[in-house]
Design a binder for this molecule. Structure first.
Ligand code: SF4
Length: 206
């Protein structure tokens, strides 16, 4: 929990100016569609920081909950606000990330959807002796992408991580590319080793 809070405030201070720009389109979009933003300041602030980070790292406003897939059609659908929003509001009460929901959604329903999201992402990570194996997470039924994805697993492990290196095992080329982009944005050197059924990317953190 402490590490999560450290990550939250680090991102908040890094992106507070860029987040104001996000706030403008978010409010406009809500007004047009009859939606509201999650009333939890922490949830909305965290999602806005993630939107800023996606733009800064990948150049586009991808969904804060899913790293780019490498499939250009799907990635276009995943630009926020994504193409799944109405379907997901029907299923969860809010969009997948619990950022948008109907204006009249009850406090309890916002809380329930936020809890669902937190439970999806706060699963135990497969981390042992400085090696994080990101494979084998369940797939989101609409996007067919893992939850949590490689990016969220790595970010979560790095909050409070004390080692000098982190080896990350991924199953897809696109995940390795994404990790290298994230590392470059954070000024970490990387080294890649490709095997038959997995790719290992080492992050040099110091
Ligand atoms: S799930 Fe919500 S936050 Fe994520 S892209 Fe769709 S609308 Fe945006």
């Amino acid at each position: 929990m402490l590490n999560m809070m450290i990550g939250f405030f680090r991102d908040y201070f890094t992106y507070r100016k860029a987040a104001q720009k996000q706030q403008r389109w978010l409010e406009k979009y809500c007004e047009q569609k009859g939606y509201a933003l999650n009333p939890s300041w922490m949830m909305t602030t965290s999602l806005k920081s993630n939107l800023c980070e996606m733009e800064a790292t990948f150049g586009k406003r991808y969904c804060p909950c899913f790293e780019p897939s490498g499939d250009t059609v799907l990635d276009k659908k995943m630009m926020c606000p994504c193409e799944f929003i109405e379907d997901e509001i029907e299923e969860y009460g809010t969009c997948h990330c619990a950022l948008f929901g109907p204006k009249d959604l009850s406090k309890e329903a916002w809380k329930a959807s936020s809890k669902r999201l937190m439970e999806e992402y706060q699963v135990p990570k497969n981390l042992k002796d400085g090696i994080l194996d990101t494979r084998g997470m369940p797939l989101d039924p609409r996007r067919k992408l893992p939850i949590p994805d490689m990016m969220h697993q790595v970010k979560s492990v790095l909050n409070g991580y004390k080692g000098n290196t982190l080896k990350v095992i991924v199953s897809r080329e696109q995940e390795a590319k994404n990790l290298e982009r994230i590392a470059s944005y954070r000024n970490y050197r990387t080294e890649r080793n490709s095997g038959d059924d997995a790719i290992e990317v080492t992050l040099y953190l110091h």
